[in-house]
Structures are given as C-alpha cells and as structure tokens.
Design a protein around this ligand. Structure first.
Ligand code: SF4
Ligand code: SF4
Length: 685
C-alpha cells in the first residue's frame, strides 16, 4: 500500500510542478498584453454564457456528429472527476469511497455511462480524423495545417485514462474492493462480482474478462492500474499545458471575456484609436506582438485548431492564402516563440508581424464577413485582430493594395469610394415618377423617415435599381420620407474595414454632424454596411440615431397590410448579406417580405448564420481578386443550383457582386438578381 501511495503521489507532484510552471509562464505572458476595453459582463450574464456555450456546447452542437462526440467528452471530463477522487483515495485505502455519495448506484451508473460515452466519442473523433485526414495540399480538409500528431496523442491519452479506469475498477470488483457494492463480497472472484452494483455495467464487463485470472492476479492488476490511471491523468495534465489542448482550461475563460453578444457588428477599438488623444508615440493598430491586447493573446492561446473557421471562410474556400485558423495559429506560435522578449519587455527586438508572420496577401484577403467568428466554438475574435493589423499597415506603414489607395483618395476628396462627387447623388431620382423631398435644412416634423441612400445606391447603376424600387414602395404605401441628396457622404465603412481608422472617424463625424443638423429621427437605409455603421459604430462617436434597414420597414409594411402583394410566379432564393444577417441578425424580415410576394422560396445550403459572403465586404469591393477563384462566382453557383429564377439580396454590394457573377455564367437572361424591394414592387398589383 505504501509503495502504491508513494508512487502515485510522487508522479502527481512532479507533473503538477511541470504543468504549474507552464501555467505560470502563460499567465505572465498574457499579463504582458495591452489593456482592452471592459470585458467583464457581470456574474449573471457570464453564468448564462458559460451555461450555454461551455456546458451546453451550443456552437459545437451545430455540427451534430462531432458536436455530440465533443459534448460527451467534455461532460465525461467533468463527471469523471469523481473517479479521479476515487483513484487517489484508492492509493491510500483499498476500500475508499467518496463519503455520502461514494456507494450510490446512481454514481456507479453515471461514471460507467460517461466512461463508455467518452470511449465511443473517441472512436468517432478518430474516424472523423481518418476520414478527413489531410493529404498534402488538400485544402478541403478542415484539419489542413492543424497539429495532427498532438491530436492523436490526446486521443490516445484520453483512451488510456478510460481504459486504465475500467481495468482497475474491474479488478476492484474481483478483489472485493469496488466502492459500489450492494452486499459484502466473499473470498472468491465470483462472490465479489455478485456483490458489485449491477449499475456499474461497464466495470462488470471488464471484471468478467479479468475473473479467470484469479484473486491474486486481480489484486496485482488492481494496484498496477490504479497507479497507471493516476500516472496517465498526471501526464495528461502536463500534455494539456504544453499543447493546443490547453483550450480545456482556457476556453471557459476566453468565452467569459468575449465581446457580447458577439464580436460582430461594430469593430473593437482600443483607447489608442481616439484620434483626439493622439500623441507622437501613439501606435495605431497592431504591428508587433507587443501591440496585442491580453484578450487577443488569450484568443491565440485558446485556439483548438478545430478548423471550423477555416471550413467556412470565403477566402480559403476560393483558393486565397487566408485561413483564419492558420492566421491565429501563426500568431500563437510566434507569440510563444517570442515569449522571452515579451516577458523582458523588450518589444524592440520583435519583428513586424507583416510580412514576417502574416503575409500581406493573407491580411488583405479578408472580407470581414464574420463567418469565422460565428463558427468559432471558443469565441476567438478574428475580424478585430485582422483589422487591427490592417490599421497598423495603413496608418503606420502606408502599405496597402494600390487599388485600395485610389478608393481612400476618393473618399478623402469626394466623399464616396468611386470619386464621383456629391453633385451626382440625386441622379437616381430622375427615374422616379414623383418628387422626393430633398432636405437641405432641418427635416420637417411631419416627415417620418430620412431615407439614407448610401454611395452605391446613389452612384452605381445596378445598385440604383434597389433605391428606386424602395422609394417607389415607400411612396405608394404612403410613407412620408425624404433624402439628403448632395449632403450625404460615405458613412466610412470601407475606410474602417480597410484599416484607415483616421479617415473613418473623419467621415463618420461629418455624417453625424449632418444627421444632427437635419434632426434626423428614424433613418432608413438600404445598404447593409451603412446600416451596420450607423447603428453599431456611430454611438461610440456620439451619433445616436434610430436606424432601420429597408428590409425591416418593407416587412412591416407588408405585415400591416399597407403593401398589398399579389401572386408572383417567381422562384426566389435569398442571399443573406453578411452585414445584415450575421453581423446584425436580420434574417427573417427579408424572407417574410419576399414570401409575402407570393414567390416560391428556396434556400441555399449556406444561409442565415452560415451564409457565404458575396466577396465585397472588408473593402474587398475595391481590390483586385487575382488569387484563386472568385468568391461571387462560388456564391452564384450555389444560388443557381437551387433552380431559382430570382436571386434576391438586400444590400447594394451583394447586388453588384451577384449580378456580375450571374452575367459571367451566361445566365443573365433567365436569372435575375434583384433587391427585395424590386421583388415586392414587381408583385404589388
Ligand atoms: S471574416 Fe470571413 S473572410 Fe475574414 S477570415 Fe473570417 S471567414 Fe475569412
Ligand atoms: S479559431 Fe476557433 S474555429 Fe478556428 S480553429 Fe481555432 S478554435 Fe477552431
């Protein structure tokens, strides 16, 4: 007994010391990060989030098979903590059981159930990994680029924990030292087996296999496997501390401090981003590891390398070099490799992240669609990190794609990305059969809405069809609205997503001043990007407006009978714009409005939260797409596969990209790309 105790405790102490050293190192490393905005949501909110995301595994369960396997493994880890207590107790006393609950039939069942469930889950994980085993250069696998060796070691170690557990429990049954016995055992194996709780079904099976070995051998096996179980658990703790499986400890912390409700919508900013407090020493964005906040460093350390983000990324899926998983892994590996400099507080020794760790093509491939953030089961905030690095490139180094430079100059000089100027902003109204009030002063009290047209709606020929139809529907429904015409300018979205925070704030403040001067109350906008910026980003700059997307207004008009729709013979598939759907959760309103038009609705596989980007976000609209295939063509192929004759969207950027895509396929004559307002206008009898 003494040898057993000494061995078990000795191994454990050594492993705790090794793992503890690593955790201490990691805590110091994270503390070296910059401060972030307030992240703590309070006990109640945090408890809710932990209950749904960690205990409920909400996001993991979106993928049923791996989700269930992870669910049972995670809960197995939690529930089987009681078996760790029992194993350590058995090092000191062969008759140990947890006081009060230690001999209950229900605990015997729960422990055996989860031990079995974990084993089955491990088989599922192994099968998934074998099936998706990435061959060299096989980008389709979500595990491409992940550390596969470590994953197999983890599966092997967890299997060993369960196998040694069942073996020592089986031997315990045969020697009469099983904690869950409903009667006293005897001096022979079969009497002991009969005395064990029948609820310990898995342990009984193992006991049955071991029984022919006799009492003496079972006594030895009991001692050997208790020590083995304790040793494997202790070694696993060390392995966790040094591998990607660190997420077992870090995920609940990262989730507790994630942006809520999600890191979408508004971009995160740091105090350095306040342009009114800029000094000579201000560093905009992130150029070196030492510029990251502690939360970003925690993000990198928490990545499980599951590849869910990679599998949904439009850039990765169309052959671009950007994978959100590889980006996060690259930053983590560089951070760990540079830990000494960070801990010594010597950032001067660190290389700039672009191009040393992050290739410029990786950085500029992102459309900021948010699909990665939506999928990540541990709440990593990829978009904020990507834009932070863009900010440094643009504002500190003046490095960005040449075409984007033209767009920025146009924004600075003309207030729109195409450089067409304010005088062109009223041209679309010539297509209307009625006069739209143009407010060059304060909006009159009796006018309900300000219709914010946006640069694309006013200046791009295809996007104009969207605002023309919206204006017609609003007018016919008797809604009082007007526009600002030449007083409009870009809301700043493309400048901000490109990383030019300075220009964004200039543009945003201009728009906020204009809206305040006009005393705008409720603003309707058809552009998902204007909608997101005004609704989510202007409040931080003092702009507080009631902003509605035109899909919400149209749905309301249809639902209240102010728009009477007939039966349309169209088959419509709806493309969720990223900045309306994923970033702002407006999923149902456009669908409801379209369905009311009498059209037959067909959904694409990737819809709502999992919608696939059109390729225009993140200022990509104004950049060349020279690598891989085109994102809009990928989306159009999916839309055409539904058999729809109308591809509907609710954002001018999407309309332009999808329209380009449909025409490039040669289907422009039989498939129309339309805004939801156009579909409604067409079906209004
Ligand atoms: S935001 Fe979209 S494009 Fe950018 S990394 Fe994430 S999934 Fe890829
Ligand atoms: S960033 Fe999130 S989704 Fe992507 S691999 Fe890491 S844990 Fe998985």
């Amino acid at each position: 007994m003494l040898t057993r105790s000494l061995l078990g405790v000795g191994i454990t102490l050594i492993c705790v010391a090794i793992a503890g050293r690593r955790f201490n190192w990691l805590a110091r490393l994270l503390r070296s990060g910059k401060p972030t905005e307030r992240r703590w949501q309070g006990v109640r909110r945090t408890a809710q989030v932990e209950a749904t995301e960690v205990l409920g595994q909400r996001r993991l369960l979106r993928w049923t098979v791996p989700g269930l396997a992870h669910f049972f493994t995670m809960w197995g880890f939690t529930v089987l903590l009681t078996t760790i207590v029992e194993a350590y107790g058995a090092l000191f006393s062969r008759n140990f059981h947890i006081p009060l609950i230690g001999q209950s039939n229900w605990l015997a069942f729960v422990e055996d159930f989860f031990a079995t469930a974990v084993l089955v889950s491990l088989v599922v994980f192994a099968a998934i990994r074998v099936r998706q085993a990435p061959r060299r250069k096989d980008r389709a696998s979500r595990f491409y680029g992940s550390h596969l060796g470590a994953a197999w070691v983890a599966l092997g170690m967890i299997s060993l924990v369960i196998v040694t557990l069942l073996l020592y429990r089986g031997a315990q049954i045969n020697t009469g030292h099983f904690p869950f016995a409903h009667a006293s055992g005897g001096a022979n194996v079969s009497a002991n087996e009969g005395a064990a709780s029948p609820w310990a079904f898995a342990s009984l099976v193992v006991a049955h296999w071991l029984a022919p070995l006799g009492l003496g051998v079972n006594s030895v096996l009991e001692a050997v496997f208790v020590i083995a179980n304790v040793a494997v658990i202790a070694a696993f703790m060390v392995f966790l501390a040094y591998s990607k499986h660190l997420h077992i400890f870090l995920a609940p912390i990262n989730i507790a401090f994630a942006r809520r409700p999600r890191a979408l919508g508004a971009l995160a900013t740091t105090p350095d981003m306040d342009m009114e407090k800029v000094t000579e020493d201000t560093v905009f964005g992130v150029g070196h590891l030492s510029d990251f906040t502690w939360k970003q460093m925690l993000d990198f350390s928490t990545c499980t390398e599951c590849g869910r983000c990679q599998s949904v990324c439009p850039a990765w899926n169309t052959g671009k070099p950007l994978s959100p998983k590889l980006l996060i892994m690259g930053l983590r590996d560089t951070m760990f490799a540079s830990a000494d400099q960070l801990l010594r507080g010597e950032p001067g020794e660190l290389a700039t992240l672009v191009p040393t760790t992050i290739d410029p093509d990786v950085l500029w491939s992102c459309t900021t669609c948010g699909a990665c953030v939506e999928q990540c089961p541990v709440d990593i905030e990829h978009v904020d990190t990507i834009v932070d690095m863009r900010r440094y490139e643009v504002l500190m180094e003046s490095r960005f794609p040449t075409e984007a430079g033209l767009m920025l100059r146009n924004l600075e000089n003309q207030g729109d990305p195409w450089g067409m100027g304010a005088s062109k902003r009223l041209e679309w109204t010539k297509e209307l059969e009625f006069e739209v009030p143009v407010f060059d002063d304060t909006i009159p009290e009796d006018v309900e809405y300000l219709y914010w047209i946006g640069c694309a709606g006013a200046l791009d020929e295809r996007a104009r069809t969207q605002v023309v139809s919206t204006a017609r529907v609003l007018h016919r429904a008797g809604i009082s609205f007007g526009i600002l015409g030449p007083r409009e300018s870009c809301t700043g979205d493309p400048a901000r997503r490109l990383g030019n925070e300075y220009l964004f704030q200039e543009l945003a403040k201009n728009v906020i001043t204009t809206l305040n001067e006009a005393r705008a109350r409720t603003v309707i906008t058809s552009c998902a990007h204007c909608f997101n910026t005004m609704k989510n980003e202007y409040p931080a700059l003092g702009g507080h407006f009631d902003v509605a997307h035109h899909s919400e207004v149209l749905q309301h008009l249809v639902a209240t009978g102010r728009v009477q729709l007939g039966a349309s013979g169209d088959v419509v598939t709806y493309h969720d714009p990223c900045y309306l759907g994923r970033h702002n959760r407006v999923f149902d309103e456009p669908r409801d409005a379209l369905a009311a038009s009498g059209a037959t609705m067909v959904e694409m596989d990737r819809s709502r939260e999992t919608s696939f980007c059109c390729g225009a976000g993140g200022a990509r609209m104004w950049m060349e797409e020279n690598t891989g295939s085109r994102i809009n063509m990928n989306r159009v192929a999916e839309a055409l596969d539904t058999g729809a004759n109308v591809i509907a969207a609710a954002c001018p950027f999407c309309i332009i990209m999808l329209d380009d895509g449909v025409k490039a396929t040669g289907r422009g004559d039989d498939v129309a790309v339309m805004d939801i307002a156009q579909v409604i206008e067409r079906s209004w009898q």
